[in-house]
Ligand binder design. Sequence first.
Ligand code: MN
Length: 743
Amino acid sequence: MSKTAANLKAELAKPTTDPLLPADNEGSALTLRLKKYLKPQDIEQVWEAYRYACHAHEGVVRKTGEPYITHPVAVACILADLHMDMPTILAALLHDVVEDTEITTLDIKEKFGQQVADLVDGVTKLDKIEFQSASQAQAENFRKMLLAMSQDVRVILVKLADRLHNMQTLEVMRPEKQKIIAKETLDIYAPIANRLGLNSIYQALEDLSFEYLHPMRYRAISQAIMAARGNRKEVVSKILDAIKHQLGHFKIEAEVTGREKHLYSVYKKMTSKATPFSQVYDIYGFRVIVKNMPSCYMALGALHALYKPIPTKFKDYIAIPKANGYQSLHTTLFGPFGTPIEVQIRSAEMHSIADAGVAAHWLYKASDAQLTALQQQTHQWLQRLLDIQSESTDSLDFLEHLKIDLFPDEVYVFTPKGKILALPRRATAVDFAYAVHSDIGNSCVAVRINHELAPLRSELHNGDHVEIVTGSIAKPNPAWLNYVVTGRARAHIRHFLKMQQSTESSHLGERMLNQALRALHVEPSQITKEHWQKLIRDYGVKKKSEILSDIGLGKRQNVMVAHQLVAMTDDHVEKHTKLPASLLDTITIRGTEGMAVQFAPCCRPIPGDPILGFINKDKGLIIHTHDCSSVRKFKLDPDKWLDVEWEPESTRLFKTNLCLTVANQPGMLAKIASGIADAESNIDSVSVEEADGSVYANLYFTVQVKSRVHLAELMRELRKIPDVVRINRAKSNVKGNSKSALQ
Ligand code: MN
């Protein structure tokens, strides 16, 4: 089953023994391969898929001049060599049908079942992903993305076989295109094949890529190998005979072959270690394949008795397998002519894993559990593999790695520039925005996912192309905290909100403190830096703004702080006694203070209303109208109340409540709504009070107005509407909602 890259290439370049022989002929290359491990009725179904694909691709010719169908047949042959199960072979035959013809995944499902349809769909999706950036880290992310998108490992196997055949027929492409495809193969697909342990495909992909990327170097090395091979022939056969004889003497059944490094690995060794070709290549390699694991160690003993081993070169990959599951004994011996001989010793099963990797694991269980077991999902398949392998803890590592690769906790998405970002599963567009840059996160307003506008809370999926739309005055929204999953996004949003809140509250706190100072006949300018520093020390805080923001948030009383500051100035500051306190002790409310100032929902004050401020320990300053019932109730606690007034020039809109009594007839709501719009106001909410059988109904509106003047205009406008009987400003919110904001 072992093939050198060159053999494999030669064999696969001709997928059919006779190019005129259709694949559903008993003697065709595909059928000959399938007969080795599939039942006759399964082969019938493969033929069915072949005829279906033939029909779909009819009349289409490849760049090579051959009918298109030769490509899917060749891909199926590659997979049949790995003894892949029937759904995989069917998917291989149909893999380009959805992408290139009118046929849909649904058609495939109806004809060949869900599993085959899913595999074809998976391959079609992978084909749409384009690799753009070539940096090392990006290539790794791209490989992970491909694996993550595959869901079922068989999808990636079909994709690798597809790529292998495309590489084998690359000579018909333009040279620039050849280089691009070869580079992508070397960067992306060959490492995936290696990771999955698909050694023969891996080596073939590397050698073919090398041939197109560096034709001169490829030719030089392959010529050097040819020349060296001639000189070596005699030596190799002598050693081969000696080994066979020795093993026979010890009654060890074994298959012994001479072995060559694949071309690209010779090149890599030459460049990475700056070793001349002769040194890299002047090593004789042999492979001994025995029946079972104990025989490996017996063979090792026999060979060590034949030639002296180099002690430092011995490696036991049976006891400690490589990360991709590779198991073998490696030993280097002093050969008869003083040349080192490298020998690999392994069992037949280890060899099939070394050669076919994941596919061999697949095959191993498939023969055990019959084809029905193959209907299962890949993760179940992996779980079963874990069970099989559980005797050896080290092969668990390989499967764990593979599992992480195939079912990662991450999603991989593209930035507009084609970079790939890895984000935790369930990450949203907001997480993406913060992952790109905190400024992008802080100013994001919407997102385009795969070029379509989507809400910021949208979850991202593998392969999504994500583009954030930002706004110059956009700010993080506290609601984002409900759905972001990355710590980075969470931390940035929290930080921003905290900063914003403390700036707002410290501005308010400053005004409140100044008010209290003036009430004590001290001008704020009379408080010096030294006074503040003493206060900061006394309070054990870090800076002045912390004290101010505490005042703004109601955590400290402005009067208390003012008294302490004034006490410090007592010795040397002369208080103004002339200033009438009543004129100075009000705070101006702009309505733009944000979270530090709130407008009580019970009375909904608007500019023009006489107002009072109530200091709430948690919520900051809450503004009520003078005549609000809450004010009367809580007036008992005068320390908590502040005189406040409106800033004359406020441009924002304030919410207030209106109650309209209207004739109970259709169309009233629409008329009123348009009246409100005419008065340049907005409706924030509306509710209707059921009037049982009455000819009148009560409508409650929360509207947005600039001021009392604006409200008066609005009410005048609404009165003009016939059938509006009465309009009142409602000081308590819509029925049932009279909860005081003081609580
Ligand atoms: Mn293809």
